[in-house]
Ligand binder design. Structure first.
Ligand SMILES: Cc1cc2nc3c(=O)[nH]c(=O)nc-3n(C[C@H](O)[C@H](O)[C@H](O)COP(=O)(O)OP(=O)(O)OC[C@H]3O[C@@H](n4cnc5c(N)ncnc54)[C@H](O)[C@@H]3O)c2cc1C
Length: 175
């Protein structure tokens, strides 16, 4: 196990060439510094079997960098409840739930992974340019609407699940 002091030393070392403010914050941190391993789970081929269907982290764990794992789990629960309410049997309900959720959660897992894999600049010249240009780019190009798909998603509880089940849902439901 790596103790807190060792993490602090390691982080001070990693940020040595960066803005002095970062080192000041690391030195000023009084609570324990802990390293967490980060995993994610995506693109699972089977979401349901018989009377069992998976929701939340059990089927699509998102990297904590996205801050969306709990939100996705709650969304799953609502959509699943809606499908159970509106489909004629549980097998079709599970299949419709999977169809409605799969693309969004897999996209979110990819998004979380991309945040964790962003390249860190260590070259002092690159860092200098980044700090010079960042305020300009944030002011002119940061666009909150670009993240609407993450933060503004709503489950419309009142509108029934649409249409008759499509052939893919019927196939999932019988397998
Ligand atoms: C460091 C970190 C930071 C995070 N930050 C955020 C964030 O800012 N925002 C966000 O939305 N999400 C965040 N998440 C993710 C979020 O915590 C999870 O995505 C969310 O808790 C998943 O909910 P869940 O109900 O699917 O699973 P869990 O919350 O893991 O619930 C599963 C439950 O099942 C219980 N259990 C397990 N096995 C059994 C068994 N055999 N019998 C009975 N019970 C059992 C467990 O004890 C647990 O209580 C973060 C995760 C981590 C690790």
């Amino acid at each position: 196990m790596i103790v807190s002091d060792a993490w602090q030393e390691r982080m001070l070392d990693l940020f040595r060439g960066d803005l002095p403010l970062i080192s000041e914050m690391i030195r000023a941190t009084e609570s324990p510094i802990i390293g967490y391993p980060i995993y994610d789970i995506s693109t699972q081929p089977v979401w349901q079997k018989g009377h069992v269907v998976l929701v939340g982290d059990a089927i699509h764990a998102v990297s904590p960098g996205a801050g969306q794992g709990a939100s996705l789990a709650v969304e799953d629960a609502l959509v699943l409840a809606k499908c159970l309410r509106d489909r004629e049997d549980y097998a079709l309900a599970f299949a419709t739930y999977e169809r409605l959720r799969r693309a969004r959660v897999e996209h979110m897992v990819k998004y979380g992974r991309s945040l964790g894999q962003a390249k860190i600049m260590t070259n002092p010249i690159q860092v200098w340019f980044r700090d010079l240009l960042m305020p300009f780019f944030l002011k002119h190009f940061a666009n909150p609407a670009a993240l609407d798909w993450v933060y503004s998603y709503k489950v419309d509880w009142d509108t029934p699940v649409e249409g008759t089940p499509d052939p893919i849902e019927r196939e999932i439901a019988v397998n």
